[in-house]
Design a protein around this ligand. Structure first.
Ligand code: SF4
Length: 465
C-alpha cells in the first residue's frame, strides 16, 4: 500500500471522527457517499417535467407510479417513513383532494404512456375510509394506464384495513398487497408504540385477502424491535408460515437516533451488535421452518445478508407462487425503475439523471410546485450506480453497465483506470468480464469507494483543521 492509499484512509477516519459518516460497520454504503458528496438542489416543476420529457423520448427501463398517503393511526416509534399520526378525518379528506388534483395535473404529461407498475404506500393507505379509498383509486386508474401484467401494489396496515376495503382494491385491479405485521408479540409492538395490533385481526386480513384472490400477498416481519428476542422472532415466522401468505419479507430494523435514545436506550453500535446476534440465532431456524412450509428463499438476498452480516432483508416465496421479482421494498430499489412519485415527500426517479423528493406540502397550483433532489452528471450517475451495486454484490461488469445504460466509452475508461489503481493496491481483481472486490466488510468497502470521488470533493467534507 502506498501513500495515496494511506491518505484516503486518513480522510476516511477523519470523516468518522467529524461525524460525516457513521462509525459502525453497518453504515449503508449505497447512500452514504453519493448522498453527502452530491449537492441537493431545488428543482422547479418545469425542470422536473422537462427531465420527464427527455426521459420519455428515449425511455429505457420500467416506468412506475408511486402514490403516497402520509398518515397512520399512530406513529410507530421505529418508523422512518414520511408519515405522521392522523389528527382528524378532514385533514385526510383535504389531502386526498389535493393528491387527486396533482394526479389530474400529471395525466396530461403521461397521456401516451403505459406504466409498468403502481405502488400506493405510506404511511398507511388502509387508513382511508372506503369512500376515500374508492375516490383515490378511481383517480389513479382514470388518469393513468397500466400494463396488464404489471404489479399493482397497495400497502396495508392490518389494524386499519378490512374486507370491504380489500374488495375495493380488487375491483380496481390491485394484484399485490403488502401487509406490515412486523411481529405477533403484542407486548413488543406496544413498547414501540405500534398499539392495538391483534393477532386475530392479522389472521382475518390475510384470510380475507386470500379469499378475495390477490395474485400476491406479501407480509413483512422485522428483526431488531426493542425487547424482542430470537424465540419471539422465530415464533413470528412460524405463525406466519403456517398462515401461508405468498411471500414473507424479513427486514432489519433501521433505527433512528430518536428510537435508540427514547425506546432502546442504547447507543448505535450496541444496537447493531444485538441485531447481529438476533440474526445469527434466528435465521438458521427460520430457514428450516421455511423449508417445512414450502417457502423458497431468495438466495441473492440471503447472500447479501450474510455478507453484510445483517444489513439486508430476506425474502421468501411460496414455491408455487407466480413471480418472485418485487419492484419495491418500502421504496423502489431497482435502479432501472423510473418513478413518478406523487404526494408529500414522494420520491421520483427519472432515468439515472434525477432523483428527488416532493416537498412536505402541496403548492396551491401544481405548476408552482418544487422538488428537492439531485441532478446527476453522467460521471455521478455511473459512480452512484457502481456504489449501489457494491452494497449487495462484490463484483460487477463495467461493460454490462455501459451497454445497459449507454455510458460513453471515455467515461468507462476513466473509471476503469481508478479500478486498475485499486488493483495495484490489492483491493480488487480485474479480469476480462468483471471487477471483483476482495473485501466483503461494508465498512471497508465504503473506504475504497472514496477512490471513485475527486479528492478535493472528499476533502471539502472535512472541517479546515
Ligand atoms: S410502520 Fe407503518 S403504520 Fe407504523 S408509523 Fe410507519 S408507516 Fe405508519
Amino acid at each position: 500500500m502506498n501513500n495515496h492509499f494511506e491518505q484516503k484512509k486518513r480522510i476516511y477516519e477523519s470523516m468518522i471522527d467529524f461525524g460525516v459518516i457513521g462509525s459502525d460497520e453497518n453504515y449503508s454504503i449505497s447512500s452514504t457517499l453519493p448522498n453527502i458528496l452530491y449537492k441537493k438542489e431545488e428543482i422547479s416543476m418545469s425542470d422536473y417535467l422537462k427531465a420527464w420529457n427527455n426521459f420519455l423520448n428515449e425511455k429505457k427501463g420500467n416506468l412506475s407510479l408511486y402514490v403516497h398517503v402520509p398518515y397512520c393511526i399512530e406513529k410507530c416509534a421505529y418508523c422512518y417513513t414520511s408519515s405522521s399520526k392522523l389528527e382528524n378525518e378532514s385533514e385526510l379528506e383535504e389531502y386526498i383532494d389535493r393528491l387527486i388534483c396533482y394526479l389530474n395535473f400529471f395525466e396530461e404529461h403521461f397521456r401516451n404512456e403505459v406504466f409498468d407498475n403502481l405502488y400506493v404506500g405510506g404511511g398507511d393507505p388502509g387508513i382511508l375510509s372506503e369512500k376515500l379509498l374508492d375516490k383515490l383509486m378511481k383517480a389513479v386508474f382514470s388518469n393513468f394506464e397500466f400494463r396488464k401484467n404489471g404489479e399493482r401494489t397497495v400497502e396495508n396496515d392490518p389494524r386499519t384495513t378490512n374486507e370491504k376495503k380489500l374488495k375495493i382494491l380488487k375491483k380496481y385491479g390491485i394484484n399485490r398487497l403488502s401487509i406490515g405485521v412486523q411481529s405477533f408479540n403484542e407486548e413488543v409492538l406496544e413498547l414501540s408504540n405500534r398499539i392495538k395490533q391483534k393477532e386475530k385481526k392479522v389472521r382475518e386480513v390475510i384470510s380475507d385477502a386470500k379469499k378475495i384472490g390477490f395474485d400476491i400477498i406479501n407480509v413483512d416481519l422485522m428483526i431488531g424491535l426493542y425487547e424482542e428476542d430470537e424465540k419471539s422472532i422465530i415464533e413470528n415466522f412460524e405463525k406466519l408460515a403456517e398462515i401461508g401468505p405468498d411471500r414473507i419479507s424479513i427486514y432489519p430494523l433501521q433505527p433512528q437516533d430518536k428510537y435508540l435514545k427514547k425506546v432502546y436506550k442504547k447507543d448505535r453500535s450496541t444496537f447493531f451488535k444485538i441485531r447481529k446476534k438476533l440474526y445469527k440465532k434466528s435465521v438458521p431456524e427460520i430457514l428450516n421452518i421455511a423449508k417445512k412450509n414450502d417457502y423458497d428463499v431468495n438466495r441473492e438476498h440471503l447472500r447479501a445478508t450474510q455478507n453484510a452480516n445483517d444489513a439486508n432483508s430476506i425474502a421468501f416465496k411460496k414455491e408455487n407462487s407466480s413471480r418472485f421479482k418485487t419492484n419495491y421494498v418500502a421504496y423502489p430499489v431497482d435502479e432501472m425503475n423510473s418513478i413518478l412519485g406523487v404526494g408529500h415527500m414522494a420520491m421520483s426517479r427519472i432515468g439515472k439523471k434525477m432523483e428527488c423528493n416532493a416537498l412536505r406540502s402541496f403548492a396551491e397550483e401544481p405548476e408552482n410546485y418544487n422538488f428537492v433532489g439531485y441532478l446527476l452528471s453522467p460521471k455521478e450517475q455511473l459512480i452512484k450506480h457502481i456504489i449501489t451495486n457494491l452494497s449487495y454484490k462484490s463484483s460487477f461488469s463495467l461493460q454490462k453497465i455501459k451497454d445497459d445504460y449507454n455510458f460513453s466509452e471515455n467515461l468507462i475508461e476513466e473509471v476503469k483506470t481508478i479500478f486498475e489503481k485499486m488493483q495495484d493496491y490489492g483491493v480488487v481483481e480485474i479480469n476480462e468480464s468483471e471487477i471483483k472486490f476482495k473485501v466483503e466488510n461494508p465498512r471497508e468497502k465504503l473506504l475504497y469507494t472514496l477512490f471513485l470521488f475527486e479528492e478535493k470533493d472528499v476533502m471539502s467534507l472535512l472541517p479546515d483543521s
